[in-house]
Ligand binder design. Structure first.
Ligand code: NDP
Ligand code: VHF
Length: 421
C-alpha cells in the first residue's frame, strides 16, 4: 500500500527500528536456515509470476505514457524469462558460501593471545536504486544472506513491480521463520524519504546509492550516514599503439554497444597517436550505429564524426554515443582517465605486457581491465552470483559488491589470563 500520507522522517525511523531488530536476528541465523529461506523465496517468486507480470504491465504502461526512453523501458520490463532468471539468481545466492563467521586471518602474539578477524554483517543497509525491478530481489537477498537487514528504495517507475516482487520475497522468508522486517521496501515514491534515509545516522549503518547525477548531487550534499557509492560510469577504453587490430575493433564495439544503458558501457574511446588503424575502429563503431564526437584529430578519421565539446569528456551518455580522443601513449591515456573518469571501469587494449601492467597499476578505478570489454563490469560475470552494483568509491568494497562486500569484521581475542604490563 502507498504511504504518501506519512511523514518521511517518521516512516524511515519506524522502518529502521524494525530493521535493527530484524538484523539482530539475522546476524545469528545459521547459513542453512538463510539458504532455506532463500530457496522458499525463489519458489514464491515463481508462484507469483502472474501477479508480478500484471504489476509490471501497469508500471510499463505508465512509463510509456510518461515518455520514458526505450532503454529505460527495457530496464523496467519483465517477462516470464526474466522472472525465471530472477528466481534462478535467488537459488544461486542461496547456494553461495555464507561470508558471516569467515576467518579473514589469525595471529598468535608472543604473549600467547590468539587474534583473529572474523566477518560480521554491516547491520542495517539502505539501498537507493533505479527503476530496475531485479535489483529489489538481488539487493534484498544479498543483504539477507550476509546477515543484514535491508531498506530498499527503488525507482518510482517500478513501484508496483517492486511491491509484487517484495511480497513474494517476504512470503518465502517468513514461511521459513525469518523476520518479515529483514527486507523492507520504502512504501512511498516521495523523494523526501530518500533524504530521511541519508540522515538516519545511528539507525541505518550504511547507504548504498545506485544511480546517476541527480542522486550523486543529493548524496554529496546531504548524507550523514556512511555511503558505499555505486554511482555513474564514465568508463574508458584505451587502444594502445601495440593493440591487436581485430581485438581493438571487437572490444571497442562491444564495450560501447552491447548495452548502451548500463553503467559499465564505455563512454570515451582513447586512441594512441601511434596506433596504426584508428579509422577502422571508428568506422566499426559508426557502422554499428554509434554517433562519435571527437577531438580535432579524431574528426579527421571519418566525416561522420562531429566535434566534441569539453563537456563530452565528462558525460555519461548511456546511449549510442561515444566520445573519441587521441592521446600520447599510455601516459596520455592515464592522464585523461585521471581527469575525467568516475572511477568505475577502464580497459586497455594492447599486446604489450609491460604497458598493460603499467595501465593496470596506475589507473585508479574500481575495475581495470586488459584486453577485455568494460561491459564485463558485473557481479555475475565476476563469479559472485549476483551484485548490489558496482561500487565507485574508496571504501572497503570496490567494483561488484556481493556477499563479502556487505560485511565488515571484528577482532576476536582469545587469551589464557594475560594482563597487559
Ligand atoms: N554503479 C552502479 O552499480 C550503477 C550505476 N548506475 C547509474 O545510474 C544512472 C542511471 O540510472 P537513473 O535511472 O538515471 O538513476 P537516477 O539516479 O535517476 O535514479 C536512481 C534512484 O535515485 C533516486 N533519485 C534520483 N535523484 C534523486 C534526488 N534528487 N533525490 C532523491 N532521490 C533521487 C531515484 O528516484 P526516483 O524514482 O524518484 O527518480 C531512483 O530511486 C547512471 O548514471 C548509471 O551509471 C546504474 C546502475 C548501477
Ligand atoms: N552490472 C550490470 C548492470 C547494472 C546497471 O548498469 O544497471 P542499469 O543502469 O540499471 O541498466 C550488468 O552489467 O548487467
Amino acid at each position: 500500500m502507498a504511504r504518501d500520507d506519512i511523514d518521511p522522517t517518521l516512516l524511515i525511523k519506524d522502518m529502521a527500528t524494525r530493521a535493527r531488530a530484524a538484523s539482530a536476528v539475522l546476524a545469528r541465523e545459521t547459513s542453512a536456515r538463510k539458504a532455506s529461506a532463500l530457496m522458499a523465496a525463489a519458489k514464491a517468486i515463481r508462484t507469483a509470476e502472474a501477479e508480478i507480470l500484471n504489476a509490471n504491465e501497469q508500471d510499463v504502461a505508465a512509463a510509456r505514457a510518461n515518455g520514458l526512453s526505450p532503454a529505460m523501458i527495457d530496464r523496467l520490463l519483465l517477462d516470464s524469462g526474466r522472472i525465471a532468471a530472477i528466481a534462478d539468481g535467488v537459488e544461486t545466492v542461496a547456494g553461495l558460501r555464507d561470508p558471516v563467521g569467515m576467518v579473514i586471518d589469525e595471529n598468535l602474539r608472543p604473549n600467547g593471545l590468539k587474534l583473529s578477524r572474523v566477518r560480521v554483517p554491516l547491520g542495517v543497509i539502505g539501498i537507493i536504486y533505479e527503476s530496475r525491478p531485479n535489483v529489489t530481489v538481488d539487493a534484498g537477498i544479498l543483504c539477507l544472506k550476509s546477515g543484514n537487514a535491508a531498506i530498499l528504495r527503488g525507482g518510482s517507475e517500478a513501484m508496483r513491480t517492486n511491491r509484487a516482487l517484495h511480497a513474494a520475497l517476504i512470503a518465502g522468508i517468513t514461511e521459513k521463520g525469518l523476520p518479515a522486517d529483514s527486507i523492507q521496501l520504502v512504501p512511498t515514491t516521495d523523494r523526501a524519504a530518500v533524504g530521511a534515509m541519508l540522515v538516519a545516522q545511528g539507525m541505518i549503518d550504511i547507504i548504498i546509492p545506485r544511480g546517476g547525477k541527480t542522486l550523486v548531487a543529493r548524496v554529496q550534499d546531504e548524507a550523514r550516514v556512511p555511503v558505499l557509492a555505486h554511482l555513474d560510469g564514465i568508463c574508458h577504453t584505451y587502444i594502445d599503439a601495440a593493440a591487436d587490430p581485430a581485438k581493438a575493433i571487437a572490444i571497442a564495439v562491444n564495450a560501447k554497444m552491447r548495452r548502451t544503458g548500463v553503467c559499465g558501457a564505455t563512454e570515451t574511446l582513447l586512441i594512441d597517436q601511434a596506433y596504426a588503424h584508428p579509422a577502422a575502429v571508428a568506422g566499426a563503431l559508426l557502422d554499428a550505429g554509434c554517433a562519435l564526437r571527437g577531438d580535432a584529430q579524431a574528426q579527421r578519421l571519418d566525416p561522420r564524426i562531429t566535434a566534441a565539446s569539453d563537456e563530452d569528456w565528462d558525460t555519461e551518455y548511456l546511449d549510442n554515443i561515444c566520445a573519441v580522443a587521441f592521446v600520447d601513449s599510455v601516459a596520455g591515456a592515464l592522464a585523461h582517465i585521471a581527469a575525467h573518469s568516475s572511477h568505475h571501469t577502464e580497459s586497455i587494449v594492447t599486446e604489450n605486457a609491460a604497458t598493460a601492467e603499467q595501465f593496470l597499476a596506475a589507473a585508479d578505478s574500481a575495475i581495470v581491465m586488459h584486453n577485455a570489454s568494460t561491459q564485463f563490469a558485473d557481479g555475475g560475470e565476476f563469479g559472485l552470483g549476483a551484485e548490489i552494483g558496482i561500487a565507485t568509491g574508496r571504501l572497503h568494497a570496490r567494483g561488484p559488491v556481493a556477499l563479502e562486500g556487505l560485511t565488515t569484521y571484528k577482532w576476536l581475542v582469545r587469551g589464557t589470563g594475560q594482563v597487559r604490563p
